[in-house]
Design a protein around this ligand. Structure first.
Ligand code: MF3
Ligand code: CO
Ligand code: CO
Length: 277
């Protein structure tokens, strides 16, 4: 397989999908408060994507059967848990969860931080984005971790243009993060995206200067750094097969955008209204 350069028609489809994904993150903020469960946030996002946006959440049954798959009366997938893929419409990664957290019935509590990652499929195209949310008031340490992680995404976005190399971008993220004493997760990375959720190239958030794929006009891909307060090592929950936590149980943060490399720079396909690029 190789990198798919998108046609103007495909780019238009990516713009629509990207906007819808961003809109889910804009919509859900008002529902984040002490006592709400991530399962409830999942339900609200699911209904919004399916009923309001007439889209489909790409993570639902991802890794299992192809979508759309039949749901029961409560909106849960009919394939038994564990047999299929991811069972929810968003990922919610709370505190020491690095990524792929499964929405559950545990109420969020004051001071929790979490990443909400959503991927909307609309007319065959994918928009993939995530941001950090705070329940009540976060500790100064948690705030700084989230902020540095977001800044590392923004400085990477600033580097995107034809001719830029992924090794340079990964290196810049890594350098920025490590300078603050944090660490970059290596096991999971950004990815090409389009009519397929995860396409080439792999976009690592670390790298060696002067190496890696050269960006070209028409490439669409994500950058989604996962940054740990402590060591970079992670562990996968073998019981559920998805949840990734930090090995040392330290906090982790992540932000993600879907991007288009344009003739002279970048278009942030999942830009939210609160952001100015
Ligand atoms: N949205 C994630 C990403 O950024 C992928 C989640 S796959 C899931 O690539 F199955 F865990 F939901
Ligand atoms: Co992604
Ligand atoms: Co994502």
């Amino acid at each position: 397989m190789s990198i798919i350069l998108k046609t103007p028609e495909q780019i238009e489809g990516m713009r629509v999908a990207g906007r819808l994904a961003a809109e889910v993150l804009e919509m859900i903020g008002q529902h984040v408060k002490k006592g709400v469960t991530t399962e409830e946030l999942n339900r609200i996002c699911h209904e919004h994507i399916v009923k309001v946006q007439a889209g489909y959440p790409a993570t639902l049954n991802y890794g299992g059967q192809p979508y759309p798959m039949p749901l029961d009366d409560e909106g849960n997938p009919t394939v038994p848990f564990g047999e299929g893929g991811f069972t929810k419409s968003i990922c919610t990664s709370v505190n020491d969860v690095v990524c792929h957290g499964i929405p559950n019935k545990k109420p969020l509590k004051n001071g929790d931080i979490f990443n909400l990652d959503v991927t909307v499929i609309k007319d065959g195209f994918h928009g993939d984005t995530s941001k950090m949310f705070v329940v009540g008031e976060a500790t100064p340490q948690a705030k700084k971790l989230m902020q540095v992680t977001q800044e590392s995404l923004y400085l990477a976005i600033d580097m995107v243009k034809p001719g830029a190399r992924l090794g340079d971008i990964g290196y810049a993220i890594q350098k920025y993060v490590e300078r603050q004493g944090y660490s970059v997760v290596r096991e999971y990375c950004g990815h090409g995206i389009g009519e397929v959720f995860h396409e080439e190239p792999q976009v690592t958030h670390y790298g060696r200067p002067g190496t890696g794929v050269e960006l070209q006009e028409g490439m669409t891909f994500t950058i989604e750094p996962m940054v740990n307060f402590g060591k970079r090592n992670v562990k996968l929950n073998k019981k559920d097969g998805w949840t990734v936590t930090t090995k040392d149980r330290s906090l982790s943060a992540q932000w993600e955008h879907t991007l288009l490399c344009t003739a002279n720079g970048v278009e942030v396909l999942t830009k939210r209204q609160e952001e100015s690029f």
